[in-house]
Design a protein around this ligand. Structure first.
Ligand SMILES: Nc1nc2c(c(=O)[nH]1)N[C@H]1C(S)=C(S)[C@@H](COP(=O)(O)O)O[C@H]1N2
Ligand SMILES: [Mo]
Length: 156
């Protein structure tokens, strides 16, 4: 009887967990027309970019590498007024499409060549080349620097 109760409770917890948790390695890309799930393998297959910059989150300058947000958005032919960035903890911020350029921001998949654990702001992190422009050293840009990125939504 006791064994039955324990395994029943265990099975319940396991099924609850698998429903509740989104795989942190999956980046959901969505617009009104399309939804695409991108894995690290998918992101690695897109054109890669990198830059080295200091940040308010790190002691030293670091090299970020990954895929420019502009390149990721091309995957769904995205065009809209705003891009909404969503984190694993449901932190979300909207920014105008005009912020997205060929040089920023980057959907970073690696810091100093290594993938990032969720506890290290990974696996995906929206970063800007902060050192390259005073405009990137502002509260608004910091608020758009979403770590533990889980979804990108294109809004009309
Ligand atoms: N995932 C996630 N990213 C986030 C946030 C957050 O709460 N969760 N806060 C944003 C805001 S509002 C700012 S100003 C910067 C700076 O965060 P920190 O100074 O708390 O490290 O991170 C941004 N990125
Ligand atoms: Mo902020």
């Amino acid at each position: 009887m006791r064994g039955f109760t324990f395994s029943t409770v265990l099975a319940f917890f396991i099924s609850t967990l698998s429903v509740a948790a989104q795989d942190p390695g999956v980046l959901r890309l969505g617009s009104a027309e399309t939804k695409v799930d991108l894995t690290l393998q998918d992101l690695d297959a897109l054109p890669q970019s990198s830059f080295t910059t200091s940040t308010i989150w790190t002691d030293d300058a670091v090299e970020f590498s990954g895929v420019m947000l502009a390149e990721v958005l091309k995957e769904i032919d995205a065009n809209g007024a705003e891009v909404e960035l969503v984190a694993l903890n449901d932190y979300r911020v909207k920014m105008p499409f005009t912020v997205v350029s060929e040089t920023a921001p980057l959907v970073a998949t690696r810091m100093n060549g290594a993938t990032m654990a969720v506890r290290d702001k990974g696996p995906y992190w929206i970063v800007f080349p902060y050192d390259s422009d005073p405009e990137f050293q502002t509260e608004i840009t910091y608020s758009r620097s979403v770590w533990q990125l889980s979804a990108i939504n294109v809004l009309q």
